[in-house]
Design a protein around this ligand. Structure first.
Ligand code: FAD
Length: 413
């Protein structure tokens, strides 16, 4: 039986452990945290095949540049003399082309639909017990300009084969009769779904332990030992672990870890915030409040999570209150019943999306090594894409034919 060590127990690392273990590997997952916090826990939990347009697009490039001069916008980008950050911006700018968008749409769609089918299969099997709601996703808008952009994206998604309906204000209010959203219109993506991310993570950790995976917390990897074209062991604060194969799935920290092996990936943090509240009136559908880039996730029992903000290149833990207030303001504007929400500091969660330069994840074997594999850079779609990533890595590592073509996700790009 092959012995595999996975560095990083976020949603990508845990799903990789899941599929490797199911196919018979002896798996150890090490994480520097305790599996209760991090990017995979407080995210919006939306499964978004709707997001077929990659982050690196001419539209995002234009928005990003405009927002550099608007500190109060939902998106911010750090400017600093940091070689990795500069390299990322250069690569991002080079990829934000119409051709890249056109090529990436079927790739992202196939990857996310494959992942969604794995979520459905897992849920139906009862092997992994987690809450999953299959109600699609509402993308709501107030301004006509944002509405026009949403309808354009909806058309692209439709052409890619997704089921999308345009909704009037009255139709949206029928779906949300208790909050009566004040919107100009919206789009309903039936392809999408949502889950409770922290419940998913707790279920994964418990099921992996049940199935014999060694899940080790407070175990920061300090060094990777290698010999020629092979990595052979990791040195951690809990000792040295040898392995046959290594997976690095350490979110925004993957870049630094892989540098030890001279493996390059271009990943920058995209920091965001969320908080959970008992809403004044029930909200039934997950939604994106598109004018403000705010995500709304109903979690059951009257609990709703609101989140947003995208601070590119910021890896610190300081909470930007302006960003949090923007989320609160947008929620009140879209859902009048929720105006004037009071949030305490300890309700605010923050996480760092591992953003690849071209909006596609890195999934594959590392160049120059026979036994090092990488799963990172999933940006704003890590929860959506984690099962597919785990399954594909497992197939690759066992030398099987992969369910999807892997070239778009190669590490040396
Ligand atoms: C506000 C917000 C909303 C989001 N909403 C959605 C959404 O609706 N849908 C969606 O699909 N995605 C969403 N995302 C993105 C998603 O959360 C991420 O893409 C995903 O969690 C990344 O998972 P990961 O496993 O790659 O990284 P992480 O979850 O960051 O896991 C990496 C792990 O590596 C560990 N690690 C790091 N360094 C070391 C080391 N040296 N040794 C050992 N362990 C180490 C860390 O402790 C961490 O646990 C959102 C993100 C944010 C911030």
């Amino acid at each position: 039986m092959s012995k595999i060590v996975i560095v990083g127990g976020g949603v990508v690392g845990l799903f990789t452990a899941w599929y490797l273990r199911k196919s018979g590997a002896d798996v150890v997952v090490v994480d520097r945290g305790d599996f209760t916090d991090g990017c995979s826990f407080g995210n919006a939990g939306l499964l978004v095949p709707s997001h077929v347009v990659p982050l690196a697009s001419p539209g995002m490039l234009k928005k990003g540049l405009a927002n550099l001069f608007r500190p109060a916008s939902a998106v911010a980008a750090r400017i600093a003399p940091d070689a990795d950050l500069i390299q990322w911006y250069l690569k991002f700018t080079g990829s934000a082309t119409t051709k890249h968008v056109k090529d990436s749409i079927p790739v992202l769609k196939d990857l996310s639909m494959f992942s969604k089918s794995l979520y459905t299969e897992l849920k139906e099997s009862g092997d992994l017990d987690f809450p999953l709601w299959d109600k699609g996703l509402l993308m709501l808008y107030k301004s006509e300009k944002v509405g026009a952009e949403l309808l354009e994206e909806a058309e692209i998604a439709r052409e890619a084969g997704l089921k999308v309906d345009e909704l009037s204000t009255a139709q949206i209010q029928q779906l949300e009769p208790d909050t009566l959203p004040q919107v100009s219109g919206g789009v309903h993506y039936h392809s999408d779904a949502h889950l409770n991310p922290s419940a998913l993570m707790a279920a994964l950790v418990a099921a992996l332990k049940r199935d014999g995976v060694s899940v080790i917390s407070h175990c920061k990897v300090e060094k990777i030992q290698s010999s020629g074209a092979k990595a052979i062991a990791i040195e951690t604060e809990k000792g040295t672990f040898e392995f046959d194969q290594l997976v690095v799935s350490a979110g925004i920290w993957s870049q630094q870890i892989l540098k030890q092996l001279k493996i390059k990936v271009a990943v920058q943090p995209g920091k965001g915030y969320s908080f959970k509240v008992k809403a004044n009136s029930p909200i039934y559908y997950p939604a994106l409040l598109s004018d403000a880039n705010v995500a709304v996730t109903p979690l059951g029992n009257g609990l709703t999570q609101f989140g947003g903000g995208m601070e590119l290149g910021y890896n610190g833990y300081k909470i930007n209150q302006v960003r949090v207030q923007q989320i609160i303001k947008a929620v009140g504007e879209f859902y009048p019943t929720e105006q004037g929400m009071q949030i305490s500091q300890d309700q605010i969660w923050q996480g760092h999306r591992p953003c690849s330069f071209d909006g596609l994840p890195y999934i594959g074997k590392a160049p120059g090594y026979s036994n090092v594999f990488v799963g990172t850079g999933h940006s704003m779609m890590g929860v959506t894409l984690a099962p597919a990533t785990g399954k594909l890595l497992s197939e690759l590592m066992w030398g099987e034919k992969t369910s999807l073509e892997m070239n778009p996700f190669r590490i040396n790009r």
